[in-house]
Design a protein around this ligand. Structure first.
Ligand SMILES: [Zn+2]
Length: 94
């Protein structure tokens, strides 16, 4: 089990992005091209977290309470802490 922070790294010449657990001061190379990867961002949530899903749109849903994004594998919204309904339940106003 790892609690290291995950980062998004990008190869500028190919535009390819990967997510890995990285140390911010280290240099990482693209396994295919050997080119240096640039850190383009941290992957939320910050370690440690209940969720292991990358902070990517395909893993996110909108909290019905506060309308902030949350990972689909979480039961409680990381922003407002309220329990989110089952997936697929349409958010209601009011
Ligand atoms: Zn919320």
């Amino acid at each position: 089990m790892s609690t290291r922070q995950r980062y998004r790294l990008r190869n500028h010449s190919t535009g390819r992005e990967i997510v890995l657990e990285a140390e911010p001061e280290e240099v990482y190379l693209d396994r295919d091209t050997g080119e240096e990867l640039e850190v383009v961002g941290k992957v939320l949530p910050l370690a440690p977290s209940e969720s292991r899903l990358p902070w990517a749109v395909e893993h996110l849903r909108f909290c019905p309470w506060c309308r902030q994004m949350a990972q689909k594998d979480l039961n409680d919204c990381p922003t407002c802490g309220r329990r989110m309904g089952p997936l697929g339940t349409p958010a209601r106003n009011g």
